[in-house]
Ligand binder design. Structure first.
Ligand SMILES: [Zn+2]
Length: 254
């Protein structure tokens, strides 16, 4: 008989993660935060996805409303926050580089350095990765395998999945949805209403903390709280971190 699992995954190690983790604690949600060990403390701004004006990543004085704080926590702040018992830390590439063109040496530096530094900082073996900007090549996959990665997460958005099946055999992990997908709430309701079947069912939601600053229908802490509350009321859903989706893998040892 299959089981039902719910997990979340957030990228970039941002100040907004404090509020997300407080909500996770309140509703018993577990999840994974993907950090770049070479980017601690870096403050920048990010332009909202779908913003109408085109421009550089620099804050554009003509369109200040399209930019949101992208403030990475310092190393000591990150160590404190992500040592929370509901949280797993995973890698996001040491410098958040576009990974499509990395040479074997660059891939080694980006992946191995991040796995090593984060493992030392948090005191357990890092086993997961989220591809920065959803980019990777074979050198990156080889470096991930050498580092004993269990999973490497891509992004999913705008395309509603047909079911909640989950492929544990692939290194590449596709989430169920993005937290800002317009259908996220009815999709979660469908997941909660579907009885467990023969195979495991997984609802895997990914996002960035700054997206909750948008103040849109899905882009708010209130909306995230509603989703977490729905999950917490279900009696048959296991809340897990990303690595806890792989309890039987021989590579998933501490
Ligand atoms: Zn990122």
């Amino acid at each position: 008989m299959g089981e039902k699992y719910f997990t979340v995954s957030y990228d970039d190690g941002l100040e907004q993660d404090r509020r997300i983790i407080a909500l996770m604690e309140r509703y018993g949600i577990r999840g994974t935060f993907n950090l770049s060990s070479g980017m601690f403390g870096k403050k920048s701004y990010i332009r909202r996805v779908g913003a109408l004006s085109k421009g550089a990543a620099q804050k554009d004085s003509a369109h200040p409303e399209e930019y949101y704080d992208h403030f990475a926590l310092s190393k000591s702040e990150a160590q404190r926050l992500y040592s929370h018992p509901n949280v797993e830390v995973a890698s996001h590439g040491a410098h958040h580089l576009v990974q499509t063109d990395l040479s074997p040496e660059e891939a080694e530096e980006e992946i191995t350095r991040d796995f090593t530094e984060l493992s030392e900082l948090f005191g357990y073996r890092i086993v997961g990765h989220a591809f920065p900007k959803d980019t990777y090549n074979q050198n990156v996959l080889d470096a991930l395998k050498r580092n004993g990665a269990l999973y490497a997460r891509r992004v999913a958005r705008f395309k509603e999945p047909k079911d909640f099946s989950f492929d544990r055999s692939s290194l590449i992990l596709m989430p169920t949805c993005w937290q800002l997908d317009t259908y996220v709430k009815p999709l979660l309701q469908r997941f909660l209403d579907t009885p467990a079947g023969k195979d495991d069912m997984v609802f895997f939601m990914w996002g960035h903390g700054y997206e909750l600053d948008y103040g849109t229908a899905q882009g708010s802490y209130d909306h995230l709280e509603e989703l977490f509350k729905m999950v917490s009321k279900a009696g048959d859903v296991h809340c897990v971190t990303n690595r806890e989706l792989y309890p039987d893998s021989p590579r998933n040892n501490k």
